[in-house]
Ligand binder design. Sequence first.
Ligand SMILES: [Zn+2]
Length: 309
Amino acid sequence: MNYLGMDIGGTAVKIGLIDPQGTVLCKDSFPAAFDGYETPLMQTALRSAELFMKNHDIDPAVLGGIGVSATGQIDSRTGIVVGSAGHIDNWLGTPVKELLQKQYGLPVFVINDANSVAVAEQWVGAAVGCSHVIVVTIGTGVGGGVLTDGGLLTGSGGLAGELGHFPIQVDGHACSCSNPGCYERYASASALVRMVRESYTALELSVPVEQIDGRTIFALAADGHAGICKLLDAWIGYVAAGLIGLTHIFNPELILVGGGVCRQEALFIEPLRRKVLHGVMPRFGESLRLKAAALGNDAGMIGAVRGLI
Ligand SMILES: [Zn+2]
């Protein structure tokens, strides 16, 4: 019996048909932010699911259930969005599980997107066979999931693993969660872009400031642009600082780094690994590995389906 996996994110709703071994059989992506969320994200998700099943000739009656990986703070027990640190209107309070159950009459499991990535990587990705893992996803923000003693750390309200929101600068930039200096304000890909834009004049770049993004920055670093390399090194220092702290708290055997930037092995993953291993207390580094996550954009939907099996 196959499962429907949905990944409801701020920019896209990704949907796939997934078999019981965690293989994605077919998938599609649907835009989510086309009218600034005036159309509620959940309405877009429900419509996308209908369209996906129609396009791929899938009869919901033969599915084993629907696994949903969703942005924001998700109470997995109720399947309700209980917090939304981002800026998605009409999303907080959405009863994701109830709405899908009503539409399809199938078992539904809902999980926070970054936690879902951790579960997926342990199931069929880069953390197979590992029991103590920190997964950190670096994108617009920083998300995470912590696997401890083989299972996902959930916390008292199912909210654990918000790795983007602990302070690394007491007087730092204000975060979307309203606290100053959160990790994601310094270690996200958006933070790297902000750092480069703030130094734009001094860097004497030929690229227009509005075209600076992660891809441009890594391309300039690959070309050996000294100013960019220096900023990149400072940014990797922020990413490492958080991971060093988390390593001391959770004593993982493996740190997986996800998000688009994790494809930069030589310019990001390798120097990050060096900084983390250099910064942790010796015993914590002895068996610690740090590498890129393996499942990319499919991880969310795969991990959510795992919750049904
Ligand atoms: Zn925060």
